[in-house]
Design a binder for this molecule. Structure first.
Ligand code: RB5
Length: 153
């Protein structure tokens, strides 16, 4: 498994800890985030991780900024990306089971490192359930593709 990880200037420490944590489990981690605490615009990392996942250069992605919001918004603008910002392991797990998220995002100013590790563990350990959930994911893709949703007419 290969994971792309990205962050902004407020999440350097948490990025490094999560990267080391994943590597300790034998996962390959590609760091495309900043390693500096100089002000850094989070869309750059959000885009880079999203691009890698969309292009299948990584299996999935982890994004961390102050809240996890801005960086996930940027990632979600890339076609095929389903990035979820979450602060709890339950949401992380369900976001994979029901929404087939391919990027998980969280906030270094919002949660602590132990919760971040639990989020990553639950997310990576969960399986997409498909079935009825695929209908909804297809609808999301239709909105992305056409800026319209026939079912909402
Ligand atoms: C940076 O100050 C902050 O805005 C950023 O880390 C993030 O929280 C944005 O969503």
């Amino acid at each position: 498994m290969k994971i792309a990880i990205g962050n902004d200037h407020v999440a350097v420490d948490m990025k490094n800890e999560i990267k080391a944590y994943l590597e300790s489990k034998g996962i390959e981690v590609v760091n495309v985030g900043t390693d500096s605490t100089e002000r850094f615009n989070y869309p750059v990392s959000g885009y880079k991780v999203a691009r890698m996942v969309a292009d299948k250069d990584a299996d999935c992605g982890v994004l961390i900024c102050g809240t996890g919001v801005g960086i996930s918004l940027a990632a979600n603008k890339v076609k095929g990306i389903r990035a979820c910002v979450c602060s709890d392991p339950y949401t992380a797990k369900l976001s994979k089971q029901h929404n087939n998220t391919n990027i998980i995002s969280f906030g270094a100013r919002v949660i602590g490192i132990e919760t971040a590790k639990m989020i990553v563990d639950e997310w990576l350990g969960a399986e997409y359930e498909g079935g009825r959930h695929q209908t909804r994911i297809d609808m999301i893709a239709e909105i992305e593709e056409t800026q319209h949703l026939k079912a909402a007419e």
